[in-house]
Design a protein around this ligand. Structure first.
Ligand code: AMP
Ligand code: MG
Length: 421
């Protein structure tokens, strides 16, 4: 499993270019562009099974061994050669027993039975097991009532996974259950993508660190703790790039440093076209910036660019828009760059507990949660309402067209969990 320590080629500088003449890009078109243009950017390494939870498989995994490796008993009882016809049945017992990990040495003659315990390999001459609760034991014999099918209460070799079969595909993010599977089929080590390093940078003269004294006009940096923890929950390596004042030099310095340290940069704030929007201005200057005006609420233009071969997602400053844009756009892009492929969040149609009339032209995401089987939405749609983000347990997605939603109408709810949180 030794491989050279190399990474795939960098993304192209024009990877975020929009088709000419596009004004407001529908959400699905924007997602399709990201999906087409981005590729895996991390290298591959080997990870011990015990440390592989949450890692992304870089190769298909074939079973080295069948599960179960040999036929065994699913219950405590007595094994013999089946089937058994309708009616009473009495069988002599052979000496000895078969237990998990301690096989029965000999062969069980036809017409005889042997004591077996759950998980024991079936001895030669045994293919069927009767539960101990269904048996009377006396004078070295067992008595029970048929019928019993051949193979009853026994597990066949490979009935779960056959040696050589594909057990898990490349791109799979390993779950705790996957580790059980990998271990059962004989793997001790897996080939995985290196963890994608995602830098998070806040921008704005108004920002102060949590705990510092905030002068009038200053606000606490709410995006950085949120984005760093989103990145971590989504299974990437968060890298705190701090916060930068609204000056081109400060930002340039930070980006230069960050591009050497991380695979992707998420910035928040300064991404529009105003005087103090230095993220977009800098990326523009570098000649590798695209302003995506996405038909989406909440969301300002998304600034996408390349800084020294490192993709930069310029997220809106408003925390609500920053989180929604991260979940909707950055997450699938990051999973793709990390090797897990493009992942659409699983949503569920549930009855609305609210009323809303919406004009056509853009998609909307409402902060929502499920109570008594219905989707409730936060009482305000204001994009500065951080408490609503915290109140919510997911998003209601309302399609691009017009809608007049009445209580009880179906709406699409996407739990935060569907975004990997
Ligand atoms: P901007 O995109 O820089 O124009 O910022 C839009 C709004 O989001 C402004 O009200 C900013 O003060 C606010 N904002 C920007 N960055 C943050 C942050 N890290 N934490 C909280 N609010 C922010
Ligand atoms: Mg700003």
């Amino acid at each position: 499993m030794s491989k050279p320590d190399i990474s795939p080629p960098p993304l192209r500088n024009d990877c975020f270019a929009l088709p000419a003449g596009v004004n407001w890009t529908p959400v699905d078109d924007a997602l399709a562009l990201l999906r087409d243009r981005l590729t895996v950017v991390t290298g591959v390494e080997s990870a011990p099974l015990m440390q592989a939870a949450g890692r992304i498989l870089a190769e298909d995994v074939q079973a080295k061994r069948s599960n179960p490796p040999q036929p065994n008993t699913a219950v405590d009882g007595y094994g013999f050669a089946g089937p058994v016809a309708d009616g009473p049945c009495v069988l002599p017992l052979v000496e000895g027993r078969a237990a998990a990990g301690v096989p029965f040495g000999g062969k069980v003659p036809s017409g005889h039975a042997v004591r077996v315990l759950t998980g024991a390999a079936l001895p030669e001459g045994v293919d069927t097991v009767i539960l101990e609760e269904d048996v009377t034991l006396d004078q070295g014999h067992i008595a029970f009532r048929g019928p019993l099918k051949k193979g009853a209460n026994a597990r066949k070799a490979g009935e779960d996974v056959v040696e050589g079969a594909l057990a898990l595909p490349a791109g799979r993010r390993l779950t705790p259950a996957d580790l059980a599977l990998l271990s059962a089929i004989g793997l001790a080590e897996v080939s995985v993508y290196k963890v994608l390093r995602v830098g998070v940078l806040s921008t704005g003269d108004e920002l102060v660190e949590p705990g510092d004294i905030a002068a009038p006009g200053q606000i606490y940096d709410a995006n950085r703790p949120m984005l760093l923890s989103l990145v971590e929950r989504m299974g990437f390596e968060p890298v705190d790039l701090g916060s930068a004042e609204d000056s081109r030099e400060a930002l340039e310095h930070r980006l230069n440093h960050a591009a050497r340290q991380v695979d992707v940069i998420l910035t928040s704030g300064g991404a529009s076209a105003g005087d103090e929007d230095h993220v977009s201005a800098l990326l523009q200057e570098a000649g590798a910036m695209q302003e995506w005006r996405i038909a989406l609420k909440p969301g300002r233009p998304l600034a996408l660019g390349m800084w020294d071969q490192t993709p930069v997602f310029g997220l809106p400053g408003n925390p609500v828009a920053a989180m929604v844009c991260t979940l909707v756009f950055a997450r699938p892009a990051l999973t793709l760059m990390a090797g897990a492929g493009w992942q659409e969040p699983q949503g569920f149609d549930v009855p609305a507990a609210f009323e809303k009339r919406k004009k056509p032209g853009r998609r909307e995401y409402l902060r929502a949660r499920i109570r008594e089987g219905r989707a409730e939405v936060f009482h305000s749609e204001g994009s500065g309402r951080i408490s609503g983000l915290s109140w919510a347990e997911g998003l209601v997605e309302i399609e691009d067209g017009a809608r007049d939603i009445q209580p009880g109408d179906p709406v699409r709810f996407i739990p935060y969990g569907s975004f990997g949180l």
